[in-house]
Write a protein that binds this ligand. Structure first.
Ligand code: HEC
Ligand code: HEC
Ligand code: HEC
Ligand code: HEC
Ligand code: HEC
Ligand code: HEC
Ligand code: HEC
Length: 384
């Protein structure tokens, strides 16, 4: 049943990191005492240097008010936080969590610098800072800290405990059950390094780079620029000359099939999974909407189905009603000469029968974007 969990999907490449780690590449971490809260790295917001390449989304919002306001309600506007100000911060204050596999208890505290944790009986009770919170908390929030290893190279510690909103409780971070402890620091979580570490930040921010145990040029969340590249020059042109006919974009991939590629950078596309994984009975791939969508006949036989056919990319997906999504289906399945009407239910109920939610974790289910006539060996659906 391992495939049904987030184990391999939450962080596919971490497995590589763990193997490297187990091979003993790490020689010893800076003493925990040195990674105390007083040294908690600060978040340095976008410097003048980075602003040349990326604009804060609020700048775009000055002119594109409607897109900006609905964007603020979407998951993309809330993918990355400092632990000083993330939504479920108060849940961690004074929380005690018993590790179900190890004979230890985590004691949390919220301070003005962020969240920290200690484990009585270990490291003389030293407190370990937890710097960053990943995720809007729609499903879950996972905490991550940057710290140099014994050789001075920055590594990430994905904390052992996450917060799960649906259950409104802390539990072991998906994929971490069963991991052993070879170095003391692993009591606090899984060690992530190299490209895997960078990718965590790349998918959850608009821009940032890791320097030592600090983040520089940080623009948190998935902002306007992440999808509309080169829009800084556009914004500059529009600012200088609001009547300008030139809007500063050379090409508009977000209106063509390349749009799916933009989304797949983070939601994962066919290039990010093994061909052998692309099977209709494999529940794991429902998490990768771009992979499923391009398998469906709706995509292959229309050649014009994009993510934005059904989603306003500036809006939270759950804000649309099921009826609105059905009308998207019917835009092809009632009048288009290429597409047929359903012989079972021609007008309603499309999503529950043809792209139902599949549960991957008690706190997270995903709609199967491989739109199809479902058969017995398909993964079982759950209630929406
Ligand atoms: C000074 C005002 C202004 C600013 C700032 C601005 N825009 Fe625009 N933008 C416009 C106008 C005017 C248009 C053309 C009319 C329209 O489509 O709304 C436009 C068009 C667009 C389009 C549509 C292009 C198309 O092909 O239809 C996108 C996408 C866009 N802007 C994104 C952005 C992003 C992202 C930012 C921030 C980096 C931004 N804009 C900043 C005024 C502005
Ligand atoms: C830079 C990475 C990145 C890109 C590019 C990206 N996403 Fe996302 N997306 C995320 C992350 C991270 C989340 C999780 C947000 C959260 O924590 O709730 C998310 C969540 C979502 C959600 C669910 C939350 C909501 O607000 O409805 C939808 C729908 C979605 N993305 C659609 C898209 C589409 C469509 C595109 C392409 C036009 C796209 N995404 C491009 C990273 C990305
Ligand atoms: C390849 C891009 C990618 C990488 C790498 C990545 N994420 Fe995500 N993450 C996403 C996308 C897309 C979503 C939203 C859809 C989903 O849950 O799969 C998401 C969702 C999440 C959520 C759930 C948010 C919610 O409430 O719905 C958490 C927590 C999270 N990621 C943490 C992490 C952490 C921690 C790391 C690294 C240690 C990481 N992610 C690495 C793309 C990525
Ligand atoms: C997750 C990717 C993503 C993000 C983030 C994003 N956009 Fe878009 N945007 C798109 C896509 C895809 C389209 C094309 C929609 C279509 O063609 O129907 C689009 C279209 C637009 C348009 C053209 C008019 C329209 O609505 O179709 C404007 C203007 C725009 N975006 C502005 C913004 C602004 C401002 C922000 C930040 C507040 C932003 N976008 C954030 C993906 C994104
Ligand atoms: C851009 C047009 C378009 C949209 C939007 C669209 N489809 Fe399709 N769909 C097609 C085409 C074309 C086919 C192939 C011809 C046919 O079977 O009608 C197809 C096929 C199907 C099939 C048969 C698949 C099979 O494997 O035999 C189902 C079921 C289906 N669509 C359901 C849906 C549902 C449900 C939605 C909305 C969530 C939807 N479609 C949205 C164009 C579309
Ligand atoms: C034919 C319509 C359709 C298309 C095309 C489509 N989606 Fe969706 N998507 C849905 C529906 C319906 C939901 C469920 C919304 C709800 O009620 O929460 C959804 C939900 C999502 C979610 C939230 C998590 C989940 O799976 O339930 C993400 C993320 C997402 N879509 C991403 C994408 C991306 C990326 C693309 C393009 C590759 C895409 N979608 C194309 C209909 C569509
Ligand atoms: C109660 C479940 C259910 C609902 C609701 C439903 N379908 Fe179907 N649909 C099916 C089944 C089962 C088949 C296969 C019928 C067959 O093979 O005879 C099917 C077949 C199809 C086909 C292939 C053409 C055909 O009839 O064989 C399309 C296209 C389709 N559905 C689209 C839709 C759309 C669009 C909606 C919403 C308006 C929808 N379906 C609602 C169960 C459903």
């Amino acid at each position: 049943m391992e495939n049904l969990t987030f184990r391999a999907t939450w962080l596919p490449l971490t497995i590589v990191a763990v193997v490297v780690f187990a091979a003993g590449v790490i020689f010893g971490f800076r003493r925990l005492r040195d990674v105390s809260v007083s040294n908690l790295p600060t978040l340095q917001h976008s410097s003048a240097g980075s602003a040349e390449h990326f604009a804060d989304s609020s700048k775009c919002g000055q002119c594109h008010i409607q897109e900006y306001e609905s964007y603020l309600q979407s998951g993309h506007a809330r993918t990355f936080w400092s632990t000083r100000d993330f939504p479920l911060r108060s849940r961690f204050d004074q929380l005690k969590f018993d590790d179900p596999e190890r004979n230890t208890t985590f004691h949390y505290r919220a301070t003005i610098s962020g969240i920290d944790v200690s484990v009585p009986g270990l490291f003389d009770g030293d407190r370990f800072p937890l710097q960053f919170a990943f995720g809007s908390g729609e499903h879950a929030i996972t905490l991550v800290t940057l710290t140099p290893d014994g050789t001075g190279i920055p590594v990430g510690i994905e904390h052992r405990v996450s917060w799960f909103s649906k259950m409104d409780e802390a539990d072991v971070t998906p994929g971490q059950l069963g991991l052993g402890v070879q170095h003391g620091i692993e009591h606090f979580g899984r060690v992530i390094r190299g490209e895997t570490l960078e990718q965590c930040f790349e998918c959850h921010t608009t821009s940032c780079s890791i320097r030592g145990d600090k983040l520089i040029d940080l623009i948190p969340n998935v902002g306007c620029e992440r999808c509309h590249s080169s829009s800084v020059s556009h914004a500059a042109v529009m600012n200088d000359d609001p009547e300008s006919a030139i809007i500063g974009f050379k090409e508009r991939p977000w209106r063509t099939a390349e749009q799916i590629q933009i989304c797949a950078e983070c939601h994962r596309g066919v290039d990010n999974v093994k061909v052998s994984q692309i099977r209709r009975d494999n529940p794991k791939i429902v998490r990768y909407q771009p992979v499923g969508l391009v398998q469906s006949k709706c995509y292959t036989e229309s050649q014009r189905l994009l993510c934005s056919t059904c989603h306003d990319p500036h809006q939270h997906a759950a804000k649309r009603t099921t009826r609105e999504y059905e009308l998207d289906c019917l835009s092809c399945h009632s009048s288009s000469p290429q597409a047929t009407r359903c012989s079972v239910s021609p007008d309603t109920g499309c999503i529950a029968c043809h792209m139902p939610p599949i549960e991957l974790h008690p706190s997270a289910s995903f709609h199967d974007h491989w739109i199809r006539i479902r058969e017995k060996d398909d993964p079982p659906a759950v209630e929406d």
